[in-house]
Design a protein around this ligand. Sequence first.
Ligand SMILES: [Zn+2]
Length: 317
Amino acid sequence: MKILVISGFLGAGKTTFIKALAKHTGKDFAILENEYGSVGVDGDTLKDSMDAGNVNIWEMAEGCICCSMKGDFTASVLTIANTVDPEYLVIEPTGVGMLSNIIQSLQEIEYERISLLAPVTIVDGHSYERYRREFPELYRDQIASARTIVASKMEQADAEERKVLGKKLREWNPDALIVTEHYSGMSSDWWNRLLESGYDGQVLKDAGANTEGMPDTFSLNGVSLESPERLILLMEQIVYGQFGDIFRAKGHLRAGGRMFRFDVADGQYSVMDMDTDQEGKAVFIGNDISRQKLRRVFFRRREKGAPVKARAEISRS
Ligand SMILES: [Zn+2]
C-alpha cells in the first residue's frame, strides 16, 4: 500500500484536488479523511462527490491525526493495510494538521508493505500572505514538509503574480516541485508521478497484488515496561525468536521512568533515549507472531497473591 498525504490549509481545495487526482490517473484508491467535528466545513465532502461504488473512504473525526488522534491514526492505517490493502491510500489531514508530524507517524509504521509517497501540499495562492502572517508555524510546516506544492485559487493571477508566489514558496522549501499554473493543465505523466514518487525521491515499483506469504503486523498501544533492562531483555528475546519470526519491530515507550525509542531490524536492535513524552506504542512485523505472549509482556495480569514481578513464560530461555 502506497500512501499519499495531501495536506493544505483550510479552504485550499484539497478535496477538489483529490477528485482531480482520481480522474487524471484513473486509479482506484482508498481515502482516509480527517475532519474536525462531524461535518466538513466546506460541505464538499468526498463521499458525496466521488463515485462511492469503487472508492473506500474512512473518516476520522473529533480530533486531529497529527496530535490528539496520533495513535488512532497509525492504528487505522495499519488496519487498512492489513484488511482492505488498497494499492493507494490517500490521506487528507485537517487544514490545521502539521504535515511533519503526520509524516513522522507514517514513517514509524513504514515497512515492506507500507510505503510513503512524496507528500503534496495545496496552497491557496489568494490567501497566502494572510495565512503566512496569521499562522506562521503551521503554514510553514505544511509548505516546508511537502515534496510537491500546488497553488490553487490562482485563476485570476497573472504571470508576474505566479512568479512572486513561486519565489516565496521556494524560500520555505527550496527542494519541492512547485506548481503555480492551474493543475487542470498538468500532463497525465505529472499526475501519475504523484502516485509513483517515494518520499525520499526514488520511484516505487508496483507492489503487485500478491499477498501470499505476506508478513503479519501486530501493534500495541499504551505499552510500558518497568525498567530499561526489561526493554533490553525484550529486544534480545525478539531477536532470538522467542515471540515468533519477528523481523522488524519499532516503537517507543516509557521504561522505568524514561522514554525510549526502539528498533529491531535484520536480527539487530537499537534502543535510544527520547526526550518527548508520548503514549507507548509498539509494532511488530513478521510471521507467526506470538501475540498473546507479547501482550503479556506489557500488560501482565496481577494474579492473586503473586508478587507484581511474577509473570508467565517470558523468563524461559
Ligand atoms: Zn494536530
